[in-house]
Design a protein around this ligand. Structure first.
Ligand code: 2IT
Length: 450
């Protein structure tokens, strides 16, 4: 590995010793940049990597709110504005008890390169709170969102930072957050958040975008491999918005998702999650707030595997759509022993670095990285920003066709970059290189301002 990368990585490991997720993602990105850093000695002279691994700004704040029984709770909110070199900060908000500074920093770092990959001018940010929306009443969620925005509003804006949803933050939460923002600031402000409802500036296809985009990416992989999606079986993890969009698009293209997972275990449906009834039921399960995938097994009389992950099932394609570190080395070995050819990350950092390395070493296996595969979500958020600033609303076909076209560009651009640096069909390195290069060019052009 390049000595400059090695040096920066060692500094990151020491300085962020209490932030394992953040260190993991920095290691994953930087280790694939060796050929680029070799070719650009001026980066070291400008301390480019040292600057890139520190967020431009971290905001941490107190969020007090009152539950339905009049009891006061206090949570910790975050917004990490990681890198604004190529555009306004952009990235989601995650509400989950697992949220902490390490998680938000890892997501913000990833988001910087993902947003760069979309080809649109968006910097990277992420935020969230250690609040658990599961089991809360609608009014409690509303009061919490209002309390959260009462601090966040002063740090965001259409030219500054444009948040959206992520785990635990869907259309309902975005609506409450936007309502409070508008009340405090008193203007449309180009919608400020993306993923808004249709009636107040939301874009068509935004709910479907991450899942659809991931399947468009898989189509591009299939084309490269002279293969086809039709007839393929797919193991999905998760059962939220992303898995829903993926299941729908897979069904439309003649493939079938056969597993879903939740915190309680996973379900296996050999007939596939392909009918409208089954796909719509995923939305019901999410809206119920029960957070149990067993409900699907009960409703459609299929097998439920409590406490297990779906990676032992023999399928053609694996698409983890849940959360980080869903697949460790042991799971990866199961996947390889089942002869799976396509390992397509969808959730942010679903694979431990050890497992990712192992999978990438397997001859003939195609591994695709989440920062490229799931970029369709933030990409359509970027299209929502364009529509809001122009006071226009594009048709579903217009948005979908832009999404489709850019997902193919992301795949092809990554494949080309890896090839150019002599790395073969390495989509992981290719995505890191393309995402990095644009941010690096912008930072170099702007001088040592940040
Ligand atoms: O991980 C992601 O890219 C998102 N949660 C979506 C971010 C966005 O701004 O739409």
């Amino acid at each position: 590995m390049n000595a400059y990368i090695e040096k920066v990585l060692n500094e990151v490991r020491v300085k962020n010793a209490n932030e394992p997720e953040f260190v993991q993602t920095v290691e994953e990105v930087l280790t694939s940049l060796s050929p680029v850093i070799d070719a650009h000695p001026e980066y070291e002279d400008n301390a480019l990597l040292e600057r890139m691994v520190i967020p431009e700004r971290i905001i941490e704040f107190r969020v007090p709110w009152e539950d339905d029984n009049g009891k006061i709770h206090v949570n910790t909110g975050y917004r990490v504005q990681f890198n604004g070199a190529i555009g306004p900060y952009k990235g989601g908000l995650r509400f989950s008890p697992e949220v902490n500074l390490s998680v938000v920093k890892f997501l913000g770092f990833e988001q910087t390169f993902k947003d760069s990959l979309t080809t649109l001018p968006m910097g990277g940010a992420k935020g969230g709170c250690d609040f658990d929306p599961n089991g809360k009443s609608d009014r409690e969620v509303m009061r919490f969102c209002q309390a959260f925005m009462t601090e966040l509003y002063r740090h965001i804006g259409p030219d500054v930072d444009v948040p959206a949803g992520d785990l635990g933050v869907g259309a309902r939460e975005v609506g409450y957050l936007y309502g409070q923002y508008r009340k405090i600031v008193g203007g449309f402000k180009n919608g400020v958040l993306t993923g808004k409802g249709r009636s107040f500036g939301g874009s068509l296809i935004r709910p479907e975008a991450t899942g659809y985009g991931s399947v468009y990416y898989v189509e591009a992989v299939m084309k490269h491999e002279n293969d086809t999606l039709a007839g393929k079986t797919v193991a999905l993890a998760g059962f939220g918005n992303v898995a829903w969009g993926a299941a729908r698009k897979l069904a439309e293209l003649g493939a079938k998702a056969v597993t879903l997972s939740g915190p309680d275990g996973y379900i296996y449906d050999p007939d596939g999650i392909v009918t409208d009834e089954k796909i719509s039921y995923m939305l019901e399960m999410r809206a119920s707030g029960r957070n149990k995938v067993q409900d699907y097994a009960d409703k459609f009389s299929v097998q439920f595997y409590p406490g297990e992950k779906p990676w032992g099932q023999k399928v053609d394609i694996i698409m983890p759509c849940a959360t980080q570190n869903d697949i460790d080395l042991e799971q990866a070995k199961k996947i390889v022993s089942n002869g799976v050819k396509y390992y397509i990350e969808v959730a942010n950092m679903p694979t431990t670095n050890e497992a990712l390395k192992f999978l990438m070493e397997q001859p003939g296996m195609v591994v695709a990285p989440s920062k490229a595969v799931n970029a369709g979500g933030v990409l359509v958020s970027g299209l929502e920003m364009s529509q809001n600033s122009e006071r226009l609303s594009w048709t579903a076909e217009e948005v979908d066709s832009k999404l489709h076209q850019i997902m193919i560009e992301i795949h092809d651009g990554s494949a080309d970059a890896a090839k150019r640096y002599g790395l073969g069909y390495n989509l992981v390195a290719g995505a890191n290189i393309v995402g990095f290069q644009k941010v690096a060019d912008a930072m170099m052009a702007q001088g040592i301002a940040w």
